[in-house]
Design a protein around this ligand. Structure first.
Ligand code: ZN
Length: 63
């Protein structure tokens, strides 16, 4: 019989279906990782906006 189970979102080991993480440590690790990713995304967005602004300004100056 195949037992229903999930995988820890952080380390991927099998865990009971009513859990998301195997341990509190993994939960915190995952949240920290996600926070870091979010910060990276914001940085990326910031750079993209700067590039767009740069293009808008250079186009505006040519007109
Ligand atoms: Zn884990």
């Amino acid at each position: 019989m195949v037992e229903k189970h999930r995988h820890c979102l952080n380390c991927g080991i099998s865990i009971p279906p009513d859990k998301v993480f195997c341990s509190e440590k993994c939960r915190l690790e995952y949240l920290q990782k996600r926070k870091r990713m979010m910060r990276l995304n914001y940085m990326f967005l910031g750079v993209a906006i700067l590039i767009i602004l740069y293009y808008i300004i250079t186009i505006a100056l040519k007109l």
